[in-house]
Design a protein around this ligand. Structure first.
Ligand code: ZN
Length: 297
């Protein structure tokens, strides 16, 4: 794996939903595909790094692992024969190390978990219950944490990884990046208190929209002539409203406009102009463009 941040490679925020990551990957992979850029080695490199970035965070399970590693300072949980549980065991300690035997030492506790939870714009608006699968260390069912190396279930760790379906109540009008804290729902400790679970809300903004540091960006395609001459384009807001946007003459792809109150939950919406691909040119268009070229455009 390269040292590049896969989120940056894919041009998405670390708070992007899984669906948003998939869309960004598909769009960029199409753009930089070797078939479309023959002989362009820079594009080929870009395509390869897109693929390894998507390998790293393209599935929810791999993404969780990647985020967890990043959170614990780049520790490689899966390498060198050390599993995640082994690292956790080292960090938690099945017995208290010598230097922390003083009465002032904090009580032993399981490691807290941070997890992204994807919701759609409707749930963000109205709130609702979202079930999700939580994988965490639970106290061993056999030895109930009073581990001896002889325990066949947890091999003396006192904890084992188990999955369960948890339902969380998403509050009405929740914002992107909101943190929901579920006390005691993190990893359990063989003898001490369980850690907490923090769910970070990731709102899937839908096609042609993305988050940039909790700011909502919507791309709108504008024909080249409209950029040059000015005009109007229509777009559908995240909340399903039709908006007519006037384009100033001499606008450029990448120009942005902020529209208040048209984002998710009444927040602002940043519209970004992108060049509409003209597709196949008709004979007439071709002739007109030839004329423009002769005129120096
Ligand atoms: Zn056990």
């Amino acid at each position: 794996m390269s040292g590049l941040d896969p989120y940056r490679v894919l041009g998405v925020d670390s708070s992007a939903s899984d669906a948003e990551i998939k869309r960004a990957y598909r769009r960029l992979a199409r753009q930089h595909h070797p078939d479309r850029n023959p002989g362009d080695s820079a594009s080929e490199d870009r395509f390869k790094s897109l693929q390894s970035a998507f390998d790293a965070i393209g599935s929810p399970e791999k993404r969780r692992q990647h985020d967890e590693e990043k959170r614990f300072g780049g520790m490689r949980f899966e390498s060198g024969g050390l599993g995640f549980e082994d690292i956790l065991r080292q960090m938690m300690g099945n017995s208290q190390p010598q230097y922390s035997r003083e009465p002032t030492s904090p009580p032993a506790q399981g490691i807290s978990i941070e997890l992204g939870i994807d919701i759609d714009t409707e749930i963000a608006e109205s709130g609702g219950k979202i079930p999700f699968v939580l994988s965490r260390l639970r106290r061993c069912r056999r030895c109930t944490g009073h581990s001896s190396t002889g325990c066949p279930v947890c091999s003396g760790r006192g904890v084992e990884r188990r999955e369960s379906t948890v339902t969380v109540n998403i509050p009405k009008g929740v914002e992107q990046g909101h943190r929901l804290r579920l006390k005691g729902m993190g990893n359990e400790h063989p003898t001490g208190l369980p850690g907490d679970l923090t769910l970070i809300v990731r709102i899937d903004p839908g096609e042609d929209r993305r988050w940039e540091s909790n700011r909502l960006i919507q791309s709108v395609e504008v024909p080249y002539t409209t950029l040059l001459l000015g005009g109007e384009v229509d777009l559908i807001s995240p909340m399903g409203r039709k908006i007519r946007l006037s384009i100033d003459p001499g606008s450029l792809p990448g120009d942005r406009r902020r529209i208040p109150k048209e984002g998710i939950g009444g927040g602002p919406l940043d519209v970004e102009l992108v060049l509409a691909e003209p597709g196949t040119l008709s004979e007439e268009m071709h002739q007109a463009l030839q004329q423009l070229r002769e005129l120096g455009l």
